[in-house]
Design a protein around this ligand. Structure first.
Ligand SMILES: *Cc1c(COP(=O)(O)O)cnc(C)c1O
Length: 396
């Protein structure tokens, strides 16, 4: 009797649209890259993907995906513990664990599942999870699924984190959880201070490295490398769907016993298909490339620095930092939407974010830089920003 529900759903959709919150999806008819084709053959400059190293259509990764598909098939039609574990799954787990500097790793279909399936097997009502208030939705959902007590600290506020830690005297175990890099601001978590506080108060530390692996740190290891605390962060979760090739797949890296408990009890691992061989091959290749050569990583840093500097000099307000997530602050919801539309007319694809995705009066355009953007493309985008910025009287 869908009829009973239809009316309510249609009303809800209308109200989402009325509030200007309806998400519409642009149809891309090319691979993900620094230029893409949307709906027509027109080449659009793409500055809104998580394709940080430009590997999403890299021929080395595509060939690895094909090779692993040829040798190991399309997929396993099974979960890991029944008949879904291949030698290549173990190979990738060893590879990512060694890359990030942990004892062991476990694969998931996505980082969303890695976070969603992390807490419930390991923490119960005697334990406490202390979470940054702006953590990713998948961490929030994962925490919701477990019975542990919860404390939240103000975003990136280390005094408040310590204040919360002081409340955790009487518990069996405790863990501090943070995004390594926060996706709306490009803020890098203060893992150095977090680790020091964790050691003082006897807490474990977990960092979600989705926007960090292959992006920050001297050799692209991520936030723990960038903050000089490799070996002191207990748990790292991350994705193969961003810098490491942009396909999909997630992982949790950590001590052997933690990973083994997850293999025994983590529900998104136990009850979901194992990672497709093509994805495994591409992911292994992406890590191999980074291990041998950090040219892409250096290009990414160079492009980011260039873009941040030129945009600031042109008068745009940018959240300070060094991450390739570059928030161009416009503050006004309407302006963020209008500006992104006008930029698309100029052939530049960027996305405006407004409330409730970001706080009220903090609307922005989020630009994301990639290693494969050329200087010519960066200049073209900066020129378009300047043109529209003047037109809309954002800069003079
Ligand atoms: C993208 C992202 C995820 C989800 O990653 P998927 O592999 O796409 O599921 C989780 N956490 C953070 C912080 C992310 O940015």
């Amino acid at each position: 009797m869908y009829e009973f529900v239809k009316n309510r759903l249609e009303k809800e959709l209308l109200s989402i649209e009325d509030e200007g919150r309806l998400k519409s999806e642009r149809i891309i008819i090319s691979p993900q890259s620094s230029t893409i084709n949307i709906n027509s053959d027109k080449n659009i400059l793409n500055f809104c993907a998580n394709n940080y190293l430009g590997l999403a259509n890299d021929s080395r990764l595509l060939n690895a995906a094909k090779k692993y598909t040829d040798s190991h098939g399309l997929g396993l039609a099974s979960v890991r513990f029944i008949c879904g574990t291949q030698d290549i799954h173990i190979e990738l787990e060893k590879k990512i664990a060694s890359f990030l500097g942990t004892e062991d790793a476990i694969l998931y279909a996505a980082a969303f599942d890695a976070n969603g399936g992390f807490f419930e097997p390991l923490f119960g009502s005697e334990d406490i999870i202390i979470s940054d208030e702006l953590n990713h939705a998948s961490i929030i959902d994962g925490v919701r699924l477990c019975k542990a007590q919860r404390l939240r600290y103000k975003h990136n506020d280390m005094d408040d984190l310590e204040h919360q830690l002081k409340k955790t005297i009487n518990c069996r175990s405790k863990i501090i959880v943070t995004d390594g890099v926060f996706s709306m601001d490009g803020t890098v978590a203060q893992l150095d201070i977090i680790c020091t506080l964790a050691e003082k108060y006897g807490a474990m530390v977990m960092s979600d490295e989705c926007h960090a692996t292959g992006v920050i740190g001297e050799t692209g290891r991520g936030t723990h490398e960038a903050k000089g605390v490799m070996g002191r962060v207990d748990i790292l979760t991350g994705t193969f769907g961003k810098a490491l090739g942009g396909a999909s797949g997630g992982f949790t890296c950590g001590p052997r016993a933690v990973i083994e408990i997850l293999r025994q009890k983590s529900r998104p691992y136990l009850f979901s298909n194992s990672l497709a061989p093509g994805l495994v091959g591409a992911s292994i290749k992406s890590i191999s490339i980074l291990e041998k050569d950090i040219t892409l990583l250096k290009n990414l840093a160079k492009n980011t620095k260039y873009f941040r500097l030129k945009m600031s000099k042109s008068g745009f307000k940018i959240k300070k930092g060094y991450h390739p997530i570059v928030p161009i602050m416009l503050y006004d919801d309407h302006l963020a939407k209008l500006m992104s539309e006008k930029l698309l007319n100029e052939g530049v694809y960027v996305v405006g974010f407004s409330f409730p995705v970001v706080p009220k009066e903090k609307a922005r355009i989020r630009v994301q830089i990639s290693a494969n953007h050329t200087t010519k493309q960066l200049d073209a985008v900066i020129q378009s920003f300047i043109k529209i910025g003047k037109e809309l009287e954002i800069i003079s």
